[in-house]
Structures are given as structure tokens and as C-alpha cells.
Design a binder for this molecule. Structure first.
Ligand code: ZN
Ligand code: FE
Length: 266
């Protein structure tokens, strides 16, 4: 018997502020929004696509990710999923690693990962539906880079990125900012011999020239080109040592910390 499939889910990128993406997941009728830093563009997208908001998902407490929650709740009384440990007062369904959620009105099941580092309570949402692997990772992994380590330690951030990197290669990475071109400029400085990376630099620059998002990327592409997943690569370690940012023979986590530090001032 052929199963009757509900309409596929679509993910819309809603640009906000200077370089944020708010993600709107919908089935043509109902919608969930991830990290609504601003309500205005979300309400506009809901109206333009004739969608009803049924859930809000949050990854971490920064204002550019939660700033629109209050106003959206005035528009629609919906559950607010978010990290248990990140101090967000509007969260009605607190989550941590291992939790599984199903969204009201949408054929969408998500698993929660703890990904501390950018903030201490930061979580990510993983969709494991065969043929539609997704991760909403906020400011933890970016296309070609990673978030700043504001609250956690470099070791925590590296472990969190490792969890994301362990997802299937075809997992689409829905991160929260369009930082890709600048990230890849740094990536090329530290790993100029990476041919996949050189190819990616051209592809992403062309997308930006056409004013298209470079996000989502995939876990496979990130593993091939993102220096923050590749800090054990001899060429990257060599660049760090040559620039005087790392002692020869240092532990891999020292290389990660030095890389993050270098990117902060690049
Ligand atoms: Zn943030
Ligand atoms: Fe952010």
C-alpha cells in the first residue's frame, strides 16, 4: 500500500537586520519560525504566504534570535520551544539534548542537541527524516565558519561542532547568519591548498553576486571546507605555527582555540 504523503515541508529564508536569516518552516498552511529576532519580517512572510504560525523555536538567548518573540505571541498564542539553560523567559517548552519534539500542525519531528560554546545553553534542532536531513544550528556552525565563543570554552565549541559534523553528510545546515564569503576568505588564508575550498569560494561568491543566500549548506561541504571542522589538518596547523599563533606540537584543541582567536581579528 502506498502511504499517503502530506505535502512536503518548505523552509523559507527570511532576511532580517544586516545579515540574519530567520527560518520559516511550512507546509503551505501552518508554519514554525526558528530564531525570530524581529517580528516584522516574519509577520510579513506569514501574510504573503497565507500561513498560520503554530510554533516558535529558539536556539539561544541573543537578541537577534529572540527579539521578535513577544510581538509574535501577541499575534498568535503558540508554544515557544527553546533551551532549558539559556535564560530565555518566554520559553514554554524547555529543551535539552536527547529531547524529541513534534510540532503542532506540522509533520515535523526534531531531535535536540546541546551545542554550548557561543552561549552556554545553545541548542540545535535536527530533523532525521530520510531524504530530508536538516539541522537548525543558530550561531554554532556557520557556512565556512563558526560562532564566536562568548560564554563557553573553545573545547566546548569544538565538541559542539564535532556533534554537528557527525550528522549525515547530506544534512542541510540552516545557520542564522550570512557570513559565508568573509568566513571563506579566512578559510583560504589558513588552508590555501584545499581545492574543494577554492571551488566553494567561487560558487558562493557567484550566489552573493546574484543576491542569493549561500545558506543552507551541507555537513559534507562543511567537513570539506570549514576550517573549524578541519583544525587537525596539517596545512591548517602549519599556517597557525607559521603565523606564530600556535606552538609546534601543540594539542589539536589548542589549534582550534588559536584558529578562533585569529578569526576574531582577521
Ligand atoms: Zn548569537
Ligand atoms: Fe546571531
Amino acid at each position: 500500500m502506498t502511504p499517503i504523503l502530506r505535502s512536503d515541508l518548505t523552509v523559507l529564508a527570511i532576511p532580517a537586520f544586516k545579515d540574519n536569516y530567520l527560518w520559516l518552516i511550512h507546509d503551505g498552511v501552518n508554519a514554525a519560525v526558528v530564531d525570530p529576532g524581529d517580528a516584522g519580517p516574519v509577520l510579513a512572510a506569514l501574510a504573503a504566504n497565507n500561513l498560520a504560525l503554530t510554533a516558535i523555536l529558539l536556539t539561544h538567548h541573543h537578541a537577534d534570535h529572540i527579539g521578535g518573540v513577544q510581538q509574535l505571541l501577541e499575534h498568535a498564542s503558540v508554544p515557544v520551544f527553546g533551551p532549558r539553560n539559556d535564560g530565555i523567559s518566554t520559553v514554554t517548552h524547555p529543551l535539552a539534548e536527547g529531547d524529541h519534539i513534534r510540532l503542532r500542525g506540522l509533520e515535523l519531528a526534531l531531535r535536540v542537541l546541546d551545542v554550548p560554546g557561543h552561549t552556554l545553553g545553545h541548542i540545535a534542532y535536527v530533523r532525521e527524516t530520510p531524504g530530508a536531513h536538516w539541522v537548525f544550528c543558530g550561531d554554532t556552525m556557520f557556512a565556512g565558519g563558526c560562532g564566536r565563543v562568548f560564554e563557553g570554552t573553545p573545547a566546548q565549541m569544538a565538541a559542539s561542532l564535532g556533534k554537528l559534523a557527525a550528522l549525515p553528510g547530506d544534512t542541510k545546515v540552516f545557520c542564522a547568519h550570512e557570513y559565508t564569503v568573509a568566513n571563506l576568505r579566512f578559510a583560504q588564508a589558513v588552508e590555501p591548498g584545499n581545492a574543494e575550498l577554492s571551488k566553494r569560494v567561487e560558487v558562493e561568491a557567484e550566489k552573493r553576486a546574484r543576491n542569493e543566500p549561500t545558506v543552507p549548506s551541507t555537513i559534507a561541504l562543511e567537513k570539506a571546507t570549514n576550517p573549524f571542522l578541519r583544525y587537525g589538518e596539517p596545512e591548517i596547523v602549519g599556517s597557525l605555527v607559521r603565523e606564530g599563533k600556535l606552538a609546534a606540537g601543540a594539542a589539536p584543541i589548542e589549534a582550534f582555540a588559536a584558529l578562533r582567536e585569529w578569526k576574531n581579528t582577521f
